[in-house]
Ligand binder design. Structure first.
Ligand code: GLU
Length: 553
């Protein structure tokens, strides 16, 4: 019978700390009853996927709605996938969506909080301490199998229901102390494996807060806990970290469900209270009538940076993600139009078990709504910040006259039924283009009953009477007054009753003026546009339009 303490000292001669030491160093958190501690645990690959944002929103909201703590831990144990500067990029992206961790890695790369370090490669000593403890308990052992030997085992398991290092296949499970010592003295690399106390055929059940009660076979595999370089696997690091960081709720993708029996076993072997698990289904996307995952390769919207560069405001994005997360959110929003999103009683039970469907059209609609309720100042500030990075031309136009830009953005804002022209800041350059000579594109195409002949008549009269100091009623009365002299009627009903008697109606007259001033047949309030453009521009655009229609009529 191996003396486990002796074995532990052989394997970890430099570990002088004990689990008690860390238990005292990271005491239970002093939070109010029911407060949840959650985390985002990204691998630093440099790519923040929509799935991360989704996962993060779930854990962030969970913490926020319970006055708990949300922290970020970097899972960089897979050095092959590590990209320099990736963590900062990911955290800046999170910040752009309004997610600021309470603790862990901050956007500037610094670490904050009493439960760190929050970077796994800086926690090697901690994992080694718990690994040593497991060896002392007879619950872990070194494995000297080479890659080739492991491949042979896999090849021999073709007929097995359970694949992996266990039972008769676990060659190193029962090595004696002397055999182990000889291997170590010979300098053979080793991994540390769990000596799984599980039994084939035994079942466990656990409660997933989204999926409900789940029954699965107990873990029987002697999984690797520490790799040959002493760095832990995800499984071991997850259990040690989430325990010591006092996480209460682990929210993660449902690809991890298969590992829950192992994780629960590890919690038990280490004497830890298990966390609560919340496994959410991957967000799907419709494709050719079917459903598939959002793909980093195929879909630009897979990348968090897409939403930032397109200029979706954080408020819109969060509003949309909440519609994906909780099916009752939209009803709640209709009943609580002005309420802060953080007051929505977010509930795991209302999450889709099979995976919500991502829909960019829906995001666009949600965002238009959100932006339509913002003040002009807010739209200006947020879009200016966006433009400084992503559209220098717009930023330049704004800078020429910020008050003018804000006034342009204020057109029709605050109405009972505000217009919904802007879904993202990248829509603004087109939306405001005719308000600036630099970007105004002449386009004299007419609709309805308007013809070039009629346009010449209307614009010639309008040019002389338009006065940008008029109030709205006077302005509109002038437009109506033009109708009769040009053979139109100010009364649309009258036109409809007797269309042959008129060249058009007041709508056609307005269209002609609108097209001359903006190059479009559909714009927000023409009166506000006219006043803001100013007398000089209005005159010039009307003259140019008359010249054009004279030529084509
Ligand atoms: N680093 C893991 C991943 O990126 C985290 C999973 C978890 O949240 O536990 O998949």
């Amino acid at each position: 019978m191996t003396n486990f303490n002796e074995l532990a000292n052989l394997l970890f001669p430099n570990v002088d700390k004990t689990p008690e030491y860390y238990e005292n160093l990271y005491p239970a958190r002093n939070l109010k009853e029911g407060a949840r501690v959650t985390r985002l645990a990204p691998s630093p690959t440099g790519f923040l996927h929509f799935g991360h944002l989704y996962a993060c929103t779930i854990s962030y909201r969970t913490a926020k709605t319970t006055d708990g703590i949300f922290y970020v831990r970097v899972e960089d144990t897979d050095q092959k996938r590590k990209v320099e500067g990736a963590v900062e990029v990911m955290l800046e992206s999170l910040a752009a969506f309004g997610i600021t961790p309470d603790e862990g890695i901050m956007a500037d790369g610094t670490q904050k909080g009493a439960y760190g370090p929050y970077i796994q490669t800086e926690r090697k000593e901690i994992y080694q301490t718990y690994a040593k403890y497991l060896v002392e308990q007879g619950l872990a052992y070194p494995c000297f199998c080479t890659e080739d030997e492991l491949n042979d085992i896999r090849a021999a398991q073709k007929e097995e229901d359970i694949i992996g290092y266990y039972g008769k296949y676990a060659k190193c499970r029962n090595l004696s102390y002397d055999e182990i010592k000889a291997n170590i003295d010979a300098g053979k690399p080793w991994t540390l494996r769990l000596k799984s106390p599980g039994e084939v055929g035994r079942k466990i059940t656990f409660d997933d807060m989204i999926k409900g009660k789940i029954e699965m076979g107990e873990n029987v595999i002697d999984v690797v806990l520490l790799k040959t370089n002493g760095i832990p696997t995800y499984h071991f690091a997850h259990v040690v970290d989430d325990h010591l960081m006092r996480t209460t709720h682990v929210t993660r993708g449902d690809e991890w469900i298969a590992s829950v029996p192992l994780h629960l076993q590890l919690f038990r072997c280490l004497g830890f209270k298990p966390v609560k698990y919340i496994h959410f289904a991957t967000i799907m996307k419709e494709d050719n009538g079917g459903k598939r995952k959002i793909s980093k390769r195929k879909d630009p919207e897979a990348a968090a940076t897409y939403y930032i560069s397109e200029g979706y405001p954080a408020a819109s994005f969060n509003e949309y993600v909440m519609t994906l997360m909780n099916s009752n959110f939209e009803d709640w929003r209709r009943a609580n139009k002005d309420a802060d999103i953080s007051t929505f009683p977010f509930n795991f039970k209302k999450m889709s078990v099979s995976g919500a469907l991502f829909d960019i059209v829906k995001l666009t609609d949600v965002s238009k709504n959100v932006i339509s309720t913002m003040s002009a100042d807010e739209v200006f500030e947020l879009s200016y910040k966006w433009a400084q990075e992503f559209n220098k031309e717009l930023a330049g136009l704004y800078e020429k006259d910020k008050a003018y830009a804000t006034a342009v953005l204020n057109i029709d804002r605050g109405n009972k039924k505000p217009r919904k022209d802007i879904a993202k800041w990248s829509d603004i350059p087109d939306y405001v283009s005719y308000m600036y000579d630099e970007t105004f594109k002449e386009n004299y195409e007419l609709t309805g009953n308007a013809t070039p002949e009629l346009a010449v008549k209307v614009l010639t009269l309008y040019k002389d009477i338009v006065d940008i100091n008029d109030d709205k009623d006077t302005w509109f009365n002038k437009i109506k007054e033009i109708c009769e002299p040009v053979g139109c009627t100010p009364n649309v009903k009258e036109f409809k009753q007797n269309p042959d008697a008129f060249a058009g109606h007041v709508g056609d007259v307005s269209t002609i003026i609108r097209v001359a001033l903006t190059g479009r047949t559909n714009t927000p309030d023409l009166y506000a546009i006219t006043s803001l453009l100013g007398a000089e521009r209005v005159q010039k655009r009307i003259e140019n339009a008359i010249r054009h229609y004279e030529e084509v009529k």
